[in-house]
Design a protein. Structure first.
Length: 254
């Protein structure tokens, strides 16, 4: 797993491959400061794209991005994020599928359409200065659990050794709660609901959207991947435990 931290402004070689927002003037008619800024962001996009693409393809290979589902991002600097564009087979994406968006969700580099869920990423970067990557997947276990626990509003998990995979957890003798939010096609409303829930406390670096999938985050791609993988494993274990328990064997059958 490649770890990608946010790049400092100006870091890396300058590139002549510059992406422009549709409708903007060509380089010769733009202010020098605007040209330099876009060039710098394109340089950063080129720098982080290989690791982000490798992460997305690895998750697609696990079957966690069915039917072009899922969206993925990593921080570039304090105000910008590299993020996968809407649609496309996530197992085959290339650099042209990676956009640069600002924290308002507006595309500043790249020509493809942004994900409808861009604001669910950018609100996490805005809220947490130490978040460096956000991953959103649609595995079967995640989606099933999101439906089963929608009415409860959260999925409680306790007693598993893998809880220690989360930053700050040092024992299995504890519990975590994974919030579950009703699905909503109006992203500002959904982002506001997530913020309100996070304001109430809790340290779990992830949440479920009902009938949809899982969001997980971390300080960089490596940590976000670990959190995502741990959450999926714990969700799957808990679903299996519940299934076996309801069959009357107490969850003890091998």
């Amino acid at each position: 797993m490649i770890s990608v931290k946010a790049l400092a402004p100006g870091q890396g070689r300058q590139s002549t491959a510059i992406g422009y927002i549709s409708g903007t003037a060509p380089p010769s008619h733009r202010e020098p400061a605007a040209i330099d800024r876009t060039t710098t962001l394109e340089t950063h996009r080129q720098a982080v794209a290989p690791a982000l693409i490798a992460e997305v393809r690895a998750l697609a290979a696990r079957g966690w991005t069915p039917a072009t589902g899922g969206n993925f991002s990593c921080r570039i600097d304090a105000r910008h994020v590299a993020m996968t564009a809407s649609g496309g087979d996530k197992g085959r994406i290339g650099t042209d599928h990676i956009l640069v968006v600002d924290l308002d969700g507006q595309v500043v580099v790249g020509a493809r359409r942004p994900s409808a869920e861009t604001l669910l990423h950018t609100h996490l970067y805005r809220r947490y200065a130490d978040v460096g990557a956000v991953l959103h997947t649609h595995s079967r276990a995640q989606t099933v659990a999101s439906r089963l626990f929608e009415d409860a509003g959260a999925m409680r998990i306790e007693g598993y050794e893998l809880i220690k995979a989360f930053e700050g957890q040092s024992t299995h003798e504890t519990s975590i709660e994974i919030p579950v939010f009703p699905n909503n096609q109006h992203m500002p409303t959904l982002a506001g609901q997530v913020d309100a829930r996070l304001d109430r406390g809790g340290t779990t670096p992830g949440y479920l959207i009902a009938g949809h999938g899982l969001y997980a985050w971390g300080c960089d791609l490596e940590q976000a991947h670990r959190h995502l993988e741990a959450l999926d494993f714990l969700i799957d274990c808990e679903l299996e435990r519940l299934r076996l328990s309801r069959r009357g064997d107490g969850g003890t059958r091998a």
